[in-house]
Design a protein around this ligand. Structure first.
Ligand code: B16
Ligand code: MG
Length: 214
């Protein structure tokens, strides 16, 4: 039986991907780079610096590091404004009941998000208290490296084999699998074909499902 569940945030707990997209799109537009929702798919789970770099590479634009810093700050300020209205209603379907059932049953919970805004988002949605630990993205190599999920297990005091990881992104799924953690992919099963279990949406996440993973 598993003892811990390690969650991704954007796309698993809250639907913030459209906000990241809108904020990056403005950056890309200003640079004369056309990005669309399909391109945005490749940014899911990718940290801020590497997201910007992917956009620049896509548009064949080369910038100095201090200009990249400025653009990242500008993007994050826009993103934070879009997060203003975030509340309990922004939690993805079934997630709050799932998380609360896991806690009541004694599972330990950790967060393994690439987002530096994760604590703020958990606070705004009222979910912070459910989490035993948050693995800090700044202190480890970014997804698709397994580090953040390994860190999550370590913070929970568990072996990776005792944990389940939940992700919506290709890069994140790779990170879970390479950490030796049982993986659940939420969303497009074609993109997430490497998952141990695929679910169409967060609606299908239940305590029973986790109890039955051996
Ligand atoms: P921030 P996750 C990721 O969160 C997002 O999927 C990705 O689009 C974003 O660029 C990244 O966080 C960094 O976010 O700019 O807020 O630090 O899916 O790993 O929870
Ligand atoms: Mg995600």
């Amino acid at each position: 039986m598993k003892k811990g569940v390690i969650f991704d945030l954007d796309g698993v707990i809250v639907d913030t991907a459209p906000f990241h997209y809108l904020a990056w799109k403005e950056t890309a537009d200003k640079l004369g780079i056309q990005i669309d929702e399909e391109f945005n798919e490749s940014l899911k789970g990718i940290d801020r610096y590497n997201s910007l770099q992917k956009i620049l590479d896509f548009g064949n634009v080369v910038l100095e590091e201090d200009e990249k810093e400025r653009l990242m700050k500008e993007k994050n300020d826009r993103y934070l404004k879009l997060l203003d209205g975030l509340n309990k209603d922004s939690i993805l379907p079934g997630i709050e009941v799932f998380i609360s059932d896991l806690k009541k049953s004694g599972y330990k919970l950790a967060l393994a998000s690439a987002s530096k805004n994760a604590p703020l988002i958990l606070k705004k949605t009222g979910l912070l208290e459910y989490f035993d630990n948050i693995a800090e993205p700044g202190s480890v190599r970014a997804k698709p490296f397994p580090d953040i999920f390994q860190k999550g297990a370590e913070l929970l005091g568990l072996d990776t084999a005792e944990c389940v990881g939940i992700e919506d992104s290709y890069a994140g799924l790779q990170a879970i699998n390479d950490a030796g953690i049982y993986s659940i992919g939420i969303g497009d099963a074609k993109i997430l074909s490497a998952a141990d279990m695929n679910l169409k949406s967060t609606d299908f996440l239940t305590l029973e499902l986790i109890n039955n993973i051996v």
